[in-house]
Design a binder for this molecule. Structure first.
Ligand code: FCB
Length: 464
């Protein structure tokens, strides 16, 4: 463990390289609401959230935090906090209601208005094409288990670049394909809610293929800042026993290496491909796919929340695993303090991860595209939202980033997850990740203490 586990970090103790970008992130389905407005088509998250029993108390993103109507107010908030950049995602079915073919101009216009507002406020837009909300029309044709979806994704990338390429410089294809593939098709916790190893393996490969195809399209059209966002959970074996070590290898393989390694090297890790084949779910690779998947990137988006400890079990756990062939593997519950998600707080694992990426993806700049924590926030009688645990988490994780930079990790920016409290997928409105509090009855936004602390970090950085 490094010192970041125990030190109390403050804004004054943090020094970032010149040009380091500070921002905050959101995702379309988690904030926009307005699901029936201006011709938007349904996505798999509309279907999933409206299916009884799938989400906390049946919560849906129908209203969310009304960002579609309130985007001006939200951009003003970003400017007040001094954010230099904003990472958001586009709802594919708002722009292409059937997923392909007909473009809904009113959908595209919403994002043009949003981007113009950002540019006017001096906030640089970082656009993610896909944050989990596949058009339902494409799901009806097999979704990511079908190779065609990768082609449709590339078409969609072209439509968006044609519509917004004149004003958006930073493009990212996918957010966390691990979650789309494995939580969506193996664990069944996310849309489309399936539990099938063959589907999970097919979705994995087609997501990566879609990433490669879309990146080619963006590049051909002139984009010069293209990225991919992956979520990393470092996996530490609970003991030195060969079984625990192999359990950690398997989970690290599917969580971390299966998505990163082919993008960087043009090959899947051999042990991971073997695990999948042994589980009867081989990756459906065709000639030329890996070359496409390894289309060069300008930066890698890194999402980090916590590190895990993993052990092998003698008998199958009996729980739906997120991992293919993961029936005899479990994550050990964290020992220290946990967030309301039940996640541990492990800033040292963040530094270690960034150093590992420095070594496995040499020469590829890193951008922290998500990092944050959920706590039981309330508006106090003084009108403020005091969230000391989030302030601590934020500062300690920013310090973890500076530690990694000092040791040679090429980290260019940090986006806090999230700008606003929002719809936390299957956990509904139960989990508050925002640095800005949202009252879900009135939609009033209140910057939390963490937002003010973050603004102070940004102000000091800008002052040099
Ligand atoms: C990430 C997602 C993001 C949010 C955070 C808490 O996995 O990308 O949308 O749900 O977790």
């Amino acid at each position: 463990m490094t010192t970041t586990d125990t030190r109390e970090t403050t804004a004054t103790g943090l020094v970032f390289p010149p040009g380091f970008v500070f921002g905050a992130a959101t995702a379309a389905y988690q904030i926009e609401g307005a699901v029936d407005v201006d011709g938007r088509g349904p996505s798999i998250w509309d279907t999933f959230s409206h299916t009884p029993g799938k989400t906390h108390l049946g919560h849906t993103g129908d209203v969310a935090v009304e960002h579609h109507a309130r985007y001006r107010e939200d951009v003003a908030l970003m400017a007040d906090l001094g954010l230099a950049a904003y990472r958001f995602s586009v709802s594919w079915s708002r722009v292409l209601p059937e997923g392909a073919g007909r473009v809904e101009q009113r959908g595209l216009d919403f994002y043009r208005r949003l981007v113009d507002e950002l540019l006017e406020a001096g906030v640089d837009p970082w656009l993610t094409l896909y944050h989990w909300d596949l058009p339902q029309a494409l799901q009806d044709q097999g979704g990511w288990t079908s190779r065609d979806t990768a082609e449709r994704f590339a078409d969609y990338a072209g439509v968006l670049y044609d519509g917004l390429g004149d004003r958006v410089s930073h493009w990212s294809t996918l957010n966390e394909p691990m979650c789309s593939a494995l939580l969506g098709h193996m664990a069944g916790q996310h849309a489309p809610g399936h539990r099938d190893a063959v589907e999970a393996s097919r979705a994995t490969h087609h997501l990566l293929l879609g990433h490669g195809l879309a990146t080619r399209v963006l590049r051909e059209r002139g984009a010069d800042s293209c990225g991919l966002t992956l979520n990393f959970t470092p996996m530490t074996p609970a003991s030195d026993s060969p079984a625990d070590v192999d359990a950690a290898r398997r989970l690290d393989g599917q969580q971390n290496r299966m998505f990163l390694v082919p993008v960087v090297t043009g090959e899947y890790p051999a042990d991971v491909a073997e695990d999948l084949a042994a589980a009867g779910a081989p990756l459906p690779i065709e000639d030329g796919d890996l070359e496409l998947i390894a289309t060069p990137l300008d930066w890698l988006g890194v999402n980090f929340y916590f590190g895990s400890v993993v052990r092998a079990t003698e008998e199958p756990t009996g729980k739906a695993s997120s991992f293919i062939g993961g029936e005899r593997v479990e994550e050990v519950p964290p020992t220290g303090p946990t967030t309301t998600m039940g996640w541990g707080v492990t800033p040292h694992a963040f530094t270690d991860l960034l150093l590992r990426l420095r070594d496995t993806a040499p020469g590829l700049p890193l951008v922290i595209t998500e990092n944050g924590s959920a706590w039981p926030d309330e508006v106090s009688p003084d009108g403020a939202v005091h969230d000391p645990q989030r302030v601590r988490y934020l500062m300690d994780h920013l310090a973890a980033v500076t530690d990694a930079i000092e040791l040679g990790a090429d980290v260019r920016g940090y986006f806090a997850w999230s700008l606003l409290d929002n719809y936390e997928w299957a956990r509904g409105y139960d989990q508050r990740f925002g640095i800005v509090h949202v009252d879900y009855d009135t939609q009033v936004r209140t910057p939390k203490d963490s937002a003010l602390a973050y603004a102070e970090v940004i102000r000091r950085h800008a002052a040099g």
